[in-house]
Design a protein around this ligand. Structure first.
Ligand code: FRU
Length: 457
């Protein structure tokens, strides 16, 4: 798999479609795989939803619930808006091989009918022209499509999901441009009664720690133009392994985000055999005002509590050199570690095995940066850039700190300062990590630490 696609909530179920090549563990002819969940934690995989057709393979896109039957497919039809990628046209060296199409389902995403008028947006001659994300702009009773068009975003609007009109362009001279713009998303969030818009733009390569990554802007959207509050480049996740992340449609006031947990720099060669890639855990987005700027925070969805199999709560730990795992606390697969400290100190959290392989997650007070170091994480030889130490700025101005790590066999997700700084990393130890040590030569005191063993079973 790669990108999450068509994420939409309907009748108590979260739908997650995803870029999927059913015939191989490397990228190839794209289909939309399909999975559903009632709680964002337990997932059931269903048969493939969308297959390639005469217009091409099925690249990334979104899905909406057409409550008002604007398209005439039926009330509450699930409508997918996606990119058709014609590999045949691509071979002829023209730039028009990506177009936007729609399909609908009247049985909760199980079976789909492609619209006979596809494509609904033809390609004007832009080599990278893809990944439509559609949002119902209620004030004007119209759909807004946010489309990645090479090095900028093009916004379109439509009354019926079939006829689209260009509204505006955004981004040529703002944000990160180390690579192509892909998989955008545009949505409002409430901040103390004020509506603030967030525009997510995934980019590959050119991420803050190399390869692909998710940047975002905050600003205003008036149904035609997106106007950012400032020109800063910000990243939703500073780690190398969250990409193509976007949010669910139709979830009311909740903004739920999920990304693909890999990086195009090595996605096709990571040392797994029967599967390749996974998603991040679902994350809830909010806004925080830091020194006058609106920043997007992400934290694991509260539903993760459902898979806590055993919780240990410890208080007043002197973390100079503290081994957390012992006879009672075991790292054996998935776990969540959270703690808070009332002083800012440098620390290392070391996940390791008896072979000395390790991943270190920490904070350095000298440069005010969080980091994840996977240089000695086990199998690192499959790609020359994999074994690195990655960093992320600390944005919080608070003089207390809180950290949550969601750990799994081959990944760690760091949420620092209530999700102001986030990093996702994958790794491949040759035997599982079973030991957790916290080291703080500066003498961090942990007021409260929670260790949750997680199990989906
Ligand atoms: C991002 C991406 C999208 C595209 C899809 C193809 O990872 O390149 O832009 O639609 O993957 O699988």
């Amino acid at each position: 798999m790669n990108d999450p696609n068509g994420m939409v909530f309907l009748n108590g179920k979260y739908h997650l479609f995803f870029q999927h090549n059913p015939d191989s563990t490397v990228w190839g002819p794209m289909h939309w795989g399909h999975a559903t969940s009632t709680d964002l934690v337990h997932w059931q995989e269903l048969p493939i939803a969308l297959y390639p057709d005469s217009l091409g393979t099925i690249f990334s896109g979104s899905a909406v619930i057409d409550e008002n039957n604007t398209a005439g497919f039926g009330k509450n039809a699930m409508v997918a808006i996606y990119t058709n990628h014609s590999h045949e046209l691509e071979k002829t060296n023209v730039d028009t091989f990506q177009t936007q199409s729609i399909a609908y389902s009247l049985d909760e995403g199980k079976t789909w009918t492609k619209y006979s008028g596809n494509p609904v947006i033809r390609n004007p001659g832009i080599h990278d022209f893809r990944d439509p994300k559609v949002y119902w702009f209620d004030a004007d009773k119209k759909w807004i499509m946010t489309l990645a068009t090479l090095d900028h975003i093009t916004f379109y609007s439509s009354p019926d999901l079939k006829n689209w009109k260009e509204e505006s362009k955004f981004g040529k001279n703002i944000g990160a441009h180390g690579g192509v713009w892909e998989c955008p998303d545009l949505f409002p969030m409430d901040y103390n009664g004020k509506q603030i818009w967030t525009l997510i733009v995934n980019i590959n390569p050119g991420g803050p720690n190399g390869g692909s990554a998710t940047q975002y802007f905050t600003g205003n959207f008036d149904g035609h133009n997106f106007t950012p509050f400032d020109t800063a480049t910000r990243w939703l996740d500073y780690g190398p392994d969250e990409y193509a992340g976007i949010t669910w449609s139709n979830t009311g006031n909740r903004r739920i985000f999920l990304g693909w947990m890999s990086n195009w720099q090595y996605a096709n060669v990571v040392p797994t055999e029967k599967w390749r890639s996974a998603t991040t855990i679902a994350r809830e987005l909010s806004l925080e005002n830091v020194n006058g700027s609106y920043l997007v925070t992400s934290v694991p969805v509260k539903e993760l509590d459902k898979v806590v199999k055993k919780q240990t709560v410890l208080s007043n730990i002197d973390a100079k050199n503290y081994t957390l795992t012992d006879d009672l606390i075991k790292l054996n697969g998935a776990a969540r570690l959270s703690f808070s400290s009332n002083k800012i100190k440098s620390f290392d959290i070391i996940l390791s095995n008896e072979k000395g392989e390790k991943v270190v997650v920490g904070y350095s007070r000298t440069n005010k940066k969080y980091f994840i170091d996977r240089t000695k994480s086990g199998n690192i030889s499959f790609e020359k850039g994999f074994a690195q130490k990655h960093t992320a700025p600390r944005f919080s101005t608070s003089d207390t700190m809180n950290i949550t790590l969601v750990i799994d066999k081959a990944s760690v997700e760091l949420f620092a300062d209530n999700g102001l700084t986030v990093m996702t990393e994958i790794f491949f130890p040759t035997t599982p990590f079973s030991i957790i040590t916290i080291q703080s030569p500066e003498g961090m005191m942990i007021q409260e630490l929670k260790f949750d063993e997680l199990s989906g079973k």
